[in-house]
Design a protein around this ligand. Structure first.
Ligand code: ADE
Length: 228
């Protein structure tokens, strides 16, 4: 079983409509849809927005469905001139940019359990995602991804995340998903299509490009399943 976690309905639409033998189940507020995609057994979990929602969803998914891999598929803001609208950031690792114990002497984003700031994404799966995107003619680059409970929309915040973590895309769930996967010994991958540049008229840009970005992440997710 492969787990797929999305935050927004629009990110999961194409995946759900391609599914066969679908069965839906609720755990608390969380909705899980198990079935087959590209002939593979999958479960799609709808997390909602933010790290706590994503952590709840990941832990519940792992305990209920025992996936060997959890893939976070969705959209992100770009922190890098290398990543344009519609491009895919393939997670090499994920930081939680708003986790801060610097007041007691730690580095920004530092977690004891990994003695560092970056929760890992599986390298073989990341390579498979890059191949899958190529097959779809969608531009994809390996990138460090930064998660936080904040929609990044100003140049100062953007510059801080880039300076401290070297991240190239930002979103609000991947860090929690990778964190919980790491804590449970489950492989993790993050596929994020760029929906906005995190500066300028970001809110207008986000809603304008959300549909195309959501479509691209879902296309790459489906192509990955074909590869696996
Ligand atoms: N998801 C998509 N765009 C984002 C942004 N600018 N900040 C946080 N999460 C996002």
């Amino acid at each position: 079983m492969i787990g797929i976690i999305c935050a927004l309905d629009i990110e999961a639409e194409k995946l759900k409509s391609s599914m066969t033998d679908a069965a839906t189940e609720k755990i608390g507020r969380l909705v899980f849809t198990a079935g087959k995609l590209m002939g593979k057994k999958v479960v799609i979990g709808m997390a909602g927005v933010g790290k706590v929602n994503a952590a709840m969803c990941t832990q519940a998914m792992i305990m209920r469905y025992n996936p060997w891999l959890v893939v976070n598929s969705g959209v992100a803001g770009s922190l890098s001139p290398r990543l344009d609208i519609g491009d895919i950031a393939v997670g090499t690792g994920v930081v939680e940019h708003d986790f801060d114990t610097t007041a007691v002497g730690d580095a920004p984003g530092y977690f004891n359990e990994i003695d560092g700031d970056t929760f890992p994404c599986d390298a073989d799966i990341a390579a498979a995602i890059l191949r899958a995107a190529k097959g779809e003619n969608i531009r994809a680059l390996p990138a460090k991804i930064a998660s936080g409970d904040q929609f990044v929309s100003d140049s100062e915040t953007k510059a801080r995340i880039v300076r401290l973590f070297g991240a190239e895309a930002c979103e609000m769930e991947g860090g929690a998903i990778a964190h919980v996967c790491h804590g449970n010994g489950v492989k993790c991958a993050v596929i994020r299509a760029i929906s906005d540049s995190t500066d300028g008229e970001h809110h207008i840009e986000f809603y304008k490009f959300l549909p195309i970005a959501a479509e691209n992440s879902a296309r790459v997710m489906l192509a990955l399943l074909r590869e696996l």
